[in-house]
Structure formats: structure tokens, C-alpha cells
Design a protein around this ligand. Structure first.
Ligand code: ATP
Ligand code: MG
Ligand code: MG
Length: 351
């Protein structure tokens, strides 16, 4: 069988590996850190840095196609890998999503709504951005942010200096604060032949900047749900995307506003593991392997709860619950804010 190379060995890489092996593929993980969660289930692991071109060459030579579980792969490594094997999703999706400015420019060019935004490198830039956008606002690093890291909120212009100091000199973006009623996301997939399929939108609640729960069905009207799915398909087609993508949306009276896109399987799509016949991980592997997409119809109402840090103490109790599927990542060390696992609670069968 074919071997799928995965850049990144965290929990997403682990669950991709499980899905791949169920379809008869082998996976080979490339990960700089020791003892990656995906290492327990992958056929092979390469432990090396993204600057190790020899290790990248050996990795690429040992696989048929390369995919990834995170978007911040260094450009030099990608330049090297793409000469050796196909990378799916392709470079354009990575280029667009690695930087919050290029991402929002891309979304606006597609005619989609985003928060108002301006690039901020200096104190003068920030003053100009505040004058144009107003407060409340959020200053974010343009690159590498996740789980709300690298963000500072400005309640008023007086918060400018502190917020800029939080960026520690990194290029930033000021975003106007969107007054949303709730947050939803769409997990969309596109196959190599251009077939598009989206999972039912999920409603997301964050705590301390980290995803806490995703609930399906989301609280959306039929037309909002249609809009969410169609705009996701637009994004996938514009990028000639191959694989699964997460699209985070703010719901407002003025319509859906795109917060950010993630060119990979997404935490808010974990409910699909127990709410659909084909989940987001299998859907991604199918797309990357050149298969047709599977049937992602939702067959149950589900609440996904992330188990973060000390939430692991609740596992004995949860393990005795009915209609609850635990997914644990096998991480040895419990740390505050660390994603250790999740539970999908089935609320009722759909339809
Ligand atoms: P992720 O872990 O999803 O990649 P991230 O670190 O990239 O997160 P964002 O998704 O940009 O961060 O922001 C985290 C959360 O902060 C959002 O889900 C939303 O609740 C809130 N937020 C971000 N930007 C805005 C905004 N412009 N207006 C209002 N709320 C916002
Ligand atoms: Mg993000
Ligand atoms: Mg986000």
C-alpha cells in the first residue's frame, strides 16, 4: 500500500494516522519534537528539524504524498519537499493562511466579510490603525498564533502601548472587535478531482482563548447554514484545495464574518468522529490519496468537549458515561492549557 507522509506529530497527526491505517495506508511522521503523540500509531517517525534538508529528502523519498497537521511549516522546507513529492493541500493554501494579512486580503478578494484590519509594525502604525478602526480591537501577531496566543485586546486607545509590547516586536495586525452573537465553523473537504463536501456547521465556545466545546447542530437559520457551506466551498475552489479545511465564522446580524481559515483538519471537526460515517480525518486522507470523498452526512447530535490539562482528572467518570466516546492522545505529561483528549457526547440521533 501507499505511504502518506505527515508533517507534524501532534494529536491531529495521530488521528490522521489512525484514519489512514484503517484504509490500509501506512503513515510516516516528520516531527522535530521527541515522543510525538502520532508516533504511537504511525509506521515510521523521523525526528529531525525542518532545517535538516537531508532528513527531509529521506522522508520525502520514503512516502508517496505529503500532507501536514499544522500550517506553520517553514517555507525553505516546503520548497525542498515540493521538488520531491506532491504536497496536499498545496502551497497556495499555506501561503495564504500562514499570515493573517494575506489571509484576510484573500478572503476580501473573494468578496467575503472579515473584521476591519490593518498591518501594525510600529507604534505609529498602531496609532493610525486605531484612528481608522477604533476600539475595542484586538492586536494579533500576523504569524504563528494559535489558541489565542500572541493576542492583546484593546478596550480603549490607552491600551495601545501595552498591547504593542505584548507582540514582542513581531509583525502584527489590528482587527476591529466583531460584535458576534456566536461562533461557528465549517469543516470542508475538496478532492483532487474537484468534488466538494462540507460537514454540518458546528457551534464553538472558547474558554481562555482555547476551544472548549463544539456542538452540532449549530444555532443557525437554514439560510445562514447554506451561506456558511457555500462560502467554504468558494474558498476551497479558489485555492484548488485538496484535503480538509476548517473555516471559523462569526455570526452577526450583518451576516457571516470569516475569522480565520486553517488548511488542515480542525479541532472543531472532532465531533465528526462519532457524528458521521466518514469523519474529517478519513475525509482528509481520502482527498490526499486521490480517492473520492466519503459521505459526511451528520447522523447524530453531538457535543465535543476538549479535555485540557487537569480535565484529565474527569476521565474515569467520563469513561463510565453512556453515549460518550473518549479520544485520548496518549500524551505522557499533563500541562496547563495542553490538549490531552476530547469526548464526543451523542445527544440524539439526527433525522
Ligand atoms: P486557533 O486556536 O483557533 O487557531 P487563534 O489563536 O488563531 O486561534 P483566533 O481564532 O484569531 O486565534 O482568535 C481566538 C478567539 O478570539 C476567536 O475564536 C474569537 O472568540 C476571539 N476573536 C478573535 N478575533 C476576534 C475579533 N476580531 N473580534 C471578536 N473576537 C475575536
Ligand atoms: Mg488560528
Ligand atoms: Mg481561531
Amino acid at each position: 500500500g501507499a505511504t502518506i507522509g505527515i508533517l507534524g506529530g501532534g494529536q491531529l497527526g495521530r488521528m490522521l494516522s489512525v484514519a489512514a491505517s484503517r484504509l490500509g495506508f501506512k503513515t510516516h511522521i516528520f516531527e522535530p519534537g521527541a515522543n510525538p503523540p502520532a508516533g504511537d500509531v504511525a509506521a515510521q517517525v523521523t525526528t529531525a528539524g525542518y532545517d535538516d534538508l537531508g532528513a527531509l529528502t529521506d522522508f520525502a523519498s520514503a512516502v508517496d504524498v505529503i500532507t501536514y497537521e499544522f500550517e506553520n511549516i517553514p517555507t525553505e522546507a516546503l520548497n525542498h519537499l515540493e521538488k520531491l513529492r506532491p504536497i496536499r493541500p498545496g502551497r497556495e493554501a499555506l501561503r495564504v493562511s500562514q499570515d493573517r494579512i494575506t489571509e484576510k486580503d484573500f478572503l476580501r478578494d473573494l468578496g467575503l466579510q472579515t473584521a476591519p484590519y490593518m498591518a501594525v509594525d510600529t507604534a505609529e502604525d498602531l496609532d493610525r490603525a486605531i484612528a481608522a478602526i477604533g476600539t475595542p480591537a484586538i492586536l494579533k501577531t500576523r504569524r504563528f498564533g494559535y489558541d489565542g496566543k500572541g493576542q492583546a485586546r484593546l478596550k480603549s486607545p490607552a491600551d495601545a502601548a501595552n498591547a504593542l509590547a505584548d507582540m514582542a516586536g513581531a509583525p502584527a495586525i489590528l482587527e476591529g472587535f466583531v460584535d458576534f452573537s456566536h461562533e461557528v465553523s465549517v469543516i470542508g473537504a475538496r478532492s483532487a478531482s474537484g468534488q466538494v463536501s462540507c460537514f454540518d456547521p458546528g457551534e464553538n465556545v472558547h474558554r481562555d482563548g482555547i476551544l472548549h466545546t463544539t456542538t452540532v447542530p449549530a444555532n443557525l437559520t437554514a439560510s445562514q447554514r447554506m451561506d456558511a457551506v457555500l462560502l467554504t466551498a468558494n474558498i476551497l475552489n479558489a485555492l484548488e484545495y485538496v484535503g480538509v479545511m476548517g473555516v471559523e465564522l462569526f455570526v452577526t446580524p450583518q451576516g457571516l464574518i470569516v475569522n480565520e481559515i486553517a488548511p488542515r483538519v480542525h479541532n472543531s471537526g472532532h465531533w465528526t468522529q462519532n457524528g458521521c460515517v466518514i469523519d474529517q480525518f478519513e475525509q482528509h486522507i481520502r482527498a490526499v490519496a486521490g480517492w473520492p470523498l466519503g459521505d459526511g452526512t451528520r447522523h447524530a447530535d453531538v457535543e465535543m468537549l476538549n479535555l485540557i490539562g487537569d480535565d484529565m482528572d474527569k476521565v474515569p467518570e467520563i469513561s463510565a458515561e453512556g453515549n460518550a466516546a473518549l479520544h485520548l492522545y496518549g500524551k505522557a505529561e499533563v500541562k496547563a492549557g495542553r490538549k490531552m483528549g476530547h469526548v464526543n457526547r451523542i445527544k440524539k440521533s439526527a433525522g
